[in-house]
Design a protein around this ligand. Structure first.
Ligand SMILES: NC(=O)c1ccc[n+]([C@@H]2O[C@H](COP(=O)([O-])OP(=O)(O)OC[C@H]3O[C@@H](n4cnc5c(N)ncnc54)[C@H](O)[C@@H]3O)[C@@H](O)[C@H]2O)c1
Length: 259
């Protein structure tokens, strides 16, 4: 098993890629703190893991609250006896528009893509250090590597995540804390539907969120969006000891989109 005896946290784990990651990591032997705003969803994922003989606890709450973003570290470490990795996966598309920008949505994007992951990081580092090292993984996006006409604000947030990864990787390398990001392209989750059809985006006439998901996927060289499990597989590699010499990387998992 690739994560035998490891203890970790996955945020935004009730759905999509986070859910796929939590299930996959548990299959590979990790004990997982399953964090989400959606209490029933987090409980269901944790139960699916424990029913299969794995170890998990559900941690339901709003990561916009700094106290909760810290508490997930303490509660996971207390439950399982330490912490080896965190996948800071939570995020938010933010506003599509620049002219007439919705500043509340801007703040939500900055809070969920940048601030909360930093709060959790601050809380996690002493726990990782206590184990002699560990892995921090973040979810950026292809929008953290190249510009998106659909989402300049999302670009700010996800370029910020990649910047954080580069800085942390160098700062903590000697303490054996590896820091990386996955950069998904369009991935078939509920958030992709929100992203392509935000209230302030210009939905082309006759299009629906579903038709736009197919269209966005069709623009990728591989001709389709990613499945959540394909992102989870890359995340598994980056947090596992197989990636022992990999740090400071923002890995595109995008069907060739940024090639
Ligand atoms: N889906 C894509 O195409 C895509 C592409 C690139 C990057 N991303 C990034 O992936 C992450 C989202 O993943 P997904 O597509 O698997 O999403 P998803 O829609 O499947 O799940 C998002 C989860 O986040 C939870 N959540 C939302 N706000 C929260 C909060 N305040 N506190 C705690 N949990 C909260 C929701 O309850 C939900 O379970 C984000 O960081 C996003 O920017 C998504």
């Amino acid at each position: 098993m690739r994560l035998a005896d490891k203890i970790g946290i996955v945020t935004a784990a009730a759905s999509g890629m986070g859910r796929a990651g939590a299930l996959r990591f548990a299959q590979e032997g990790a004990a997982v703190g399953v964090v989400d705003l959606d209490e029933a969803g987090a409980n269901a994922v944790a139960r699916q893991i424990t029913d299969a003989g794995g170890k998990a606890i559900a941690l339901a709450g709003d990561l916009r609250q700094d106290s909760f973003a810290r508490e997930i570290v303490r509660r996971t470490a207390n439950a399982f006896g330490g912490l080896d990795f965190v996948w800071n996966h939570v995020g938010h598309p933010g506003p599509a528009a620049i002219e007439g920008i919705d500043w509340k949505d801007f703040e939500l994007a900055m809070d969920l893509n940048v601030r909360t992951v930093l709060v959790t990081t601050e809380a996690a580092i002493p726990e990782l250090r206590a184990r002699g090292g560990g892995a921090l993984l973040y979810t950026a996006s292809t929008s953290g590597l190249t510009g998106s006409q659909f989402s300049p604000v999302y670009n700010i947030a996800k370029f910020g995540v990649v910047g954080l990864v580069h800085g942390l990787a160098k700062r903590y390398a000697r303490e054996k804390i590896r820091v990386n990001a996955v950069c998904p392209g369009p991935t078939d989750t509920p958030m992709l539907r929100v992203f392509v059809a935000r209230p302030d985006s210009q939905l082309p006439p006759g299009e629906t969120p579903e038709s736009l998901v197919v269209k966005r996927g069709g623009q990728v060289p591989m001709g389709r969006p990613a499945r959540p499990e394909e992102i989870a597989n890359a995340a598994l590699f980056l947090i596992s000891d197989e990636a022992s010499y990999v740090t400071g990387v923002a890995l595109p998992v995008d069907g060739g989109a940024t090639a």
